[in-house]
Design a protein around this ligand. Structure first.
Ligand SMILES: Cc1cc2nc3c(=O)[nH]c(=O)nc-3n(C[C@H](O)[C@H](O)[C@H](O)COP(=O)(O)OP(=O)(O)OC[C@H]3O[C@@H](n4cnc5c(N)ncnc54)[C@H](O)[C@@H]3O)c2cc1C
Length: 390
């Protein structure tokens, strides 16, 4: 295992909002997340390895028109989820369900028509999840090379002729070695789980990773009133406020009791360019002028909150159908394109990658469901476009 950072979970895994949900409109995304959640729960409950999992629920506040979405009905048949009426939301006194101020009109903040609660959803600690896999791999004898950066991959002929200019067009090829800042390494097979960095590594070889990076930011909002709200477990018994998503813009809040704050974020689309920088920074102005005004309309408690920090990373978007890409090219397996929900699907994604590597047609996920090993590949891809990207 080769990783350029000094330890695990330093990439976007460590920058996630760190929520998990199985509320997806596409059946494949549902299976990937549902099964991974089951596995993480098994690790935490049965194997007693803390994953920092709490079933706080995902509370989607919806406009009147959103309540008729047929995907909600379908989800209620597949997982633990329910509709919550406005009267019940009102009872908590946290929500302004009918924003009618001039500001609200200006911001196009529409009245809430009801809510959808995903109960098989909540929060998790990605570094603890990563630690579990790290420790298990170590027990299996895997070697970890941290602080080792892959600079390039070497394309080589399977049967070399030792002639300058190889590999020629007509030669069968393989990835012969990887060139790192610590020297060369070679293996029979390679797996690249480099998400947003995959393009940079594979472009020189002419292998398309099919992803577009987009900056995503997390802001931490704290203060005494927000802290009180954090520990009010209305609608669930986790002892915490649910992960809540606002109507319209999709602004969300994720309880982070350890930080005495909510993590606040939004996946802004139009106007946010596709680009990549190594160390993206959160933009306070984006929070103050784009996020906070709408947030405090629907959740007035945030009027007294303070911005106490934040960070930024990137989603590696598959812009066509918003599902991961897991494919094989030569002796290389690639897992990328997590589209903003890679932690909550990671266990299943790993099983798909392993199954592809083993040449199996189908992969059996932890929860017993199956999908085709190449359903997330390039050719033979079998997924519908995902509508619930948060
Ligand atoms: C702001 C934000 C909020 C998010 N919220 C959520 C959420 O709530 N829930 C959720 O499930 N997902 C969320 N995501 C998405 C999630 O973080 C990603 O989908 C997931 O972390 C991807 O995991 P990964 O292992 O594929 O990639 P990464 O964690 O990015 O790992 C890639 C690794 O490759 C290493 N690497 C790259 N290039 C090289 C090289 N040349 N040599 C050696 N090593 C290299 C990197 O150092 C890194 O460790 C969020 C993402 C962001 C940015």
């Amino acid at each position: 295992m080769v990783e350029r950072a000094h330890t695990f979970a330093q990439g976007n895994t460590g920058r996630a909002a760190a929520g998990f949900r199985d509320l997806f409109s596409s059946d494949v995304n549902f299976r990937l997340s549902h099964s991974s959640i089951d596995f993480y729960n098994h690790v935490q409950k049965d194997l007693k390895h803390d994953m920092g999992m709490f079933y706080t629920g995902y509370l989607l506040l919806l406009e009147e028109s959103g309540m008729d979405d047929p995907a909600l009905e379908k989800l209620m048949k597949k997982t633990r989820a329910r509709i919550i009426e406005n009267d019940d939301l009102d009872g908590t006194s946290y929500f302004n369900l009918n924003p009618i101020s001039d500001d609200a009109r200006l911001m196009n903040a529409k009245p809430v028509g009801g809510a959808f609660m995903g109960e098989n959803c909540g929060i998790i600690e990605p570094d603890l999840v990563s630690r579990f896999y790290h420790d298990e791999l170590e027990k299996m004898g895997a070697e970890f090379h941290f602080d080792t950066e892959v600079r390039s991959l070497s394309l080589e002929p399977v049967s070399p002729l030792d002639f300058p200019g190889e590999p020629f067009l007509w030669q069968k090829k393989k990835i012969g070695k990887i060139i790192t800042d610590k020297g060369e390494m070679s293996a029979d097979n390679y797996v690249f789980a480099t998400d947003v960095w995959t393009t940079k590594l594979l472009d020189p070889l002419g292998i398309d990773s099919h992803i577009r990076p987009k900056k995503r930011q997390i802001f931490r909002a704290g203060g005494p009133e927000v802290e009180r709200m954090l520990n009010d477990s209305c609608f669930n018994d986790s002892g915490m406020f649910p992960f809540t998503i606002l109507p319209g813009t999709g602004i969300y809040i994720r309880p982070a009791p350890g930080e005495k704050a909510f993590r606040v974020s939004v996946a802004d689309e139009l106007g946010r360019n596709f680009s990549f920088t190594e160390n993206p920074e959160p933009e306070d102005d984006f929070y103050n002028y784009n996020v906070r005004p709408t947030l405090q309309e629907y959740l007035p408690t945030f009027r007294t909150s303070k911005l106490i920090g934040g960070w930024a990373g990137h989603y590696s978007y598959n812009t066509i159908d918003m599902h991961p890409y897991i494919f094989r090219e030569l002796n290389l397996t690639v897992a990328t394109g997590t589209s903003g929900s890679g932690v909550m699907k990671a266990d299943a994604d790993g099983r798909v990658a392993a199954s592809l590597f083993a040449g199996r047609e189908k992969v059996r996920l932890y929860d017993g469901s199956t999908i085709g090993s190449s359903d997330l590949g390039i050719s033979g891809r079998k997924v519908e476009r995902e509508r619930f990207v948060i």
